[in-house]
Design a protein around this ligand. Structure first.
Ligand code: ZN
Length: 163
């Protein structure tokens, strides 16, 4: 994806208030992120572990989402495969919940997705980050096909949040 600046990222949030978008945690090391190898930029808030954020570029324009990671209730089974990159990383997979954009969000509607806990899907796909033994099932797809599938899954999620 194209490199983004902090103001561009803050301006791209669609499911939180302008004030929240101004205050939320944005990584300081944007200049050294491996943008060429990213299908989306995702990060966790180091001060608030139940918060995560991602920026995708579904139609050439950045769309940023604020996500919450509710703690799993007792007895609830944790799913172990990321529904975006289909990896089962050693670091785990979490249900991430996004408030819907606009009126639907104000009325309390949200949508959820299972994502790699560290949001490093792009790097796992490309083998740039080790997801651990057995984390990825062998597939006959090319890397380009896997990337296309990942982008399609993520774009579909963004569309659910913004629809
Ligand atoms: Zn993933």
């Amino acid at each position: 994806m194209i490199p983004l600046t902090e103001p561009e990222i803050r301006a791209a949030f669609v499911n939180c208030t302008k004030g929240e978008a101004k205050r939320l945690h944005v990584p300081r090391d944007l200049g050294t992120r491996p943008w060429d190898d990213l299908d989306f930029l995702g990060w966790r808030d180091p001060q608030a572990l139940d918060r995560a954020y991602l920026v995708a570029v579904p139609d050439g324009r950045p769309v940023a989402l604020a996500l919450r990671r509710p703690s799993p209730g007792p007895g609830r089974q944790r799913r172990t495969m990321c529904s975006v990159c289909l990896t089962n990383p050693v670091g785990g997979v979490s249900l991430m919940v996004a408030r819907k954009a606009g009126k639907a969000g104000q009325q309390g509607n949200s949508v959820g997705i299972y994502l790699c806990d560290d949001l490093a899907c792009s790097l796992y796909l490309r083998g740039r980050k080790d997801a651990g033994p057995g984390a990825r099932l062998p597939e006959s797809l090319t890397l380009e096909e896997k990337i296309a599938r990942t982008v399609a899954h993520l774009t579909a999620f963004v569309a659910r949040v913004t629809s």
